[in-house]
Design a protein around this ligand. Structure first.
Ligand SMILES: NC(=O)c1ccc[n+]([C@@H]2O[C@H](COP(=O)([O-])OP(=O)(O)OC[C@H]3O[C@@H](n4cnc5c(N)ncnc54)[C@H](O)[C@@H]3O)[C@@H](O)[C@H]2O)c1
Ligand SMILES: [Zn+2]
Length: 360
C-alpha cells in the first residue's frame, strides 16, 4: 500500500509492503538523489536486516557507508551525532547524498537529526523496524537527540523523502517491544477513526499473533491516520496535538519512574486509561467509551492498572510538560471513540481522582 503525505515541495510517500526492505535501492534511485548513501543502524538491527537493505542499495548503483549507533536511547546524543557528521565528511558526502535510517524510533531520530543538519540538510529515508517507528516516529519529520536534562530537547523538523515500511520486520521484535507499539495504534483509533478502532477490536487476536496480513493492514491504516494529521498540521501548531492523547499522563508516568519501569507504549497505555477516565469524570464521555478503550488495550496485552505511585510526583511531572501554560496542561480527551476535544481546565483534583481509580 502506498500512502501519500502531501506537504507541497516536501511531499513524500509511505510504502507499506511485505518485502519492502529489498526495494529501497530502486525506490531511492527513482528519487534522483546522488550516489552516496549512509545506512544508519544499530548492531542488532544491522545483523537482522542490514544485508538486505545494503544489497538493494548497491544493486541500484549506490555506494553504501554503514554507520553503527548504539542501541535504544543511547543513540540519541550529541556525541553520536557528531560521530555521524564526521563519518559523512570522511566518506565525502555532499548535499546530494542520502541518509537512510534502518531501525526503531531512536535510530530514526538521531539519523534524521544528522540528515537535517549535515550541510543544512540532506535527503533522508526512513526504514522503520519497530511498530512504534512504523506507525508514529518515522512519519512527520520530527527528529531529535536528548539533552542530559530533557528528552528530545534538541532537534529539527526534517521530512523524509520516503518512508519504507516492511511489516514483516515486526515479527522479530521482542514481545514487550511489539505490544508497546500497539499502544500508538490504539491511540490513533480512539481519537481519529471509530471504524479503524472497531476493526482493531475484531482483529486483536490475529494482531497479537502477528498474522502477516493483519499486521500489514493495521500498520498501513495507522500510517494513514498519522499522515492525515501531519498533512493538516506539519509543524505541530494545533491539530497535531491530538496525537498526544494518553501521552500527557503517559509522559509524566515515564518521568516519575525514571524511564525504567514502563516501556513508552506501556506508559501510553496507562495514560490512555487515565485520560479516558478523565473524560468520563468531566462528563464528556460515557462509561462504555472508557470501557472499550481499556478492553482493547488489555486484549493487546497492555497495562491499564497503575502500581502504587505518588500522585504528587505525577502532578509535579505534569507541570513540567512542554505544553503547560500557567501551570495547567491542556489535555486531548476523547468524548467518543473516533473523536477528540482539547480541554484546558483539568484540575489537579481531577487528575488525583483518576490516578486513585487506576491504582485501586
Ligand atoms: N520523531 C518522532 O516523531 C517520534 C515519535 C515517537 C517516538 N519517538 C522516539 O522513538 C524512540 C523509541 O523508539 P522505539 O520504540 O522504536 O525503540 P528503539 O528505537 O529504542 O528500539 C528498541 C529496540 O528494538 C530493537 N529493534 C528494532 N527493530 C527490531 C526488529 N525488527 N527486531 C528486533 N529488534 C528490533 C532495537 O535494536 C532496540 O534495541 C524514542 O527515542 C522516542 O523519543 C520519536
Ligand atoms: Zn507514544
Amino acid at each position: 500500500m502506498v500512502i501519500p503525505v502531501r506537504l507541497g515541495p516536501r511531499s513524500y510517500t509511505i510504502v507499506v509492503e511485505p518485502g519492502a526492505l529489498a526495494t529501497v535501492g530502486e525506490r531511492l534511485r527513482a528519487l534522483g538523489t546522488g550516489s552516496r548513501v549512509a545506512l544508519v543502524s544499530d548492531p542488532s538491527i544491522r545483523s537482522l536486516y542490514g544485508k538486505t537493505v545494503a544489497e538493494s542499495l548497491e544493486r541500484s548503483g549506490f555506494a553504501v557507508t554503514g554507520l553503527d549507533v548504539p542501541e535504544g536511547e543511547a543513540a540519541k546524543t550529541l556525541a553520536v551525532a557528531e560521530r555521524c557528521w564526521s563519518a559523512l565528511l570522511a566518506a565525502g558526502f555532499d548535499r546530494t547524498s542520502t541518509v537512510v535510517a534502518l531501525g526503531g524510533g531512536a535510530v530514526g531520530d538521531v539519523a534524521g537529526f544528522v540528515a537535517g543538519t549535515y550541510m543544512r540538510g540532506v535527503s533522508f529515508v526512513q526504514v522503520p523496524t519497530t511498530v512504534l517507528a512504523q506507525v508514529d516516529a518515522s512519519i512527520g519529520g520530527k527528529t531529535a537527540i536528548n539533552h542530559p536534562e530533557a528528552k528530545n530537547l534538541i532537534g529539527v523538523f526534517h521530512q523524509p523523502r520516503l518512508v519504507l515500511v516492511d511489516p514483516l520486520t515486526a515479527r522479530t521484535l521482542p514481545e514487550r517491544e511489539f505490544r508497546s507499539g500497539l499502544a500508538e495504534i490504539v491511540k490513533h483509533g480512539i481519537v481519529l477513526d471509530a471504524d479503524y478502532f472497531a476493526r482493531l477490536e475484531r482483529d486483536a487476536l490475529p494482531l497479537l499473533a502477528r498474522d502477516p496480513s493483519v499486521l500489514e493492514r493495521v500498520i498501513a491504516g495507522s500510517c494513514r491516520l498519522k499522515a492525515d494529521v501531519v498533512e493538516r498540521d506539519e509543524r505541530e501548531a494545533e491539530l497535531r496535538m491530538v496525537l498526544n492523547y494518553g501521552h500527557t499522563i503517559g509522559h509524566a508516568l515515564e518521568a516519575v519512574t525514571h524511564y525504567a519501569r514502563f516501556t513508552h507504549g506501556e506508559a501510553d497505555s496507562l495514560g490512555i486509561a487515565a485520560e479516558a477516565r478523565l473524560a468520563r469524570r468531566l462528563g464528556l464521555a460515557s462509561a462504555e467509551t472508557v470501557a472499550r478503550q481499556e478492553r482493547l488495550l488489555q486484549a493487546l496485552g497492555l497495562p491499564v492498572r497503575l502500581p502504587p505511585l505518588e500522585a504528587d510526583a505525577v502532578l509535579a511531572a505534569l507541570s513540567h510538560d512542554k505544553k503547560a501554560r500557567d501551570g495547567r496542561v491542556p489535555f486531548v480527551l476523547a468524548p467518543e471513540i473516533g473523536t477528540f476535544r482539547i480541554v484546558e481546565d483539568v484540575t489537579a483534583d481531577d487528575i488525583r481522582a483518576v490516578l486513585a481509580e487506576l491504582s485501586d
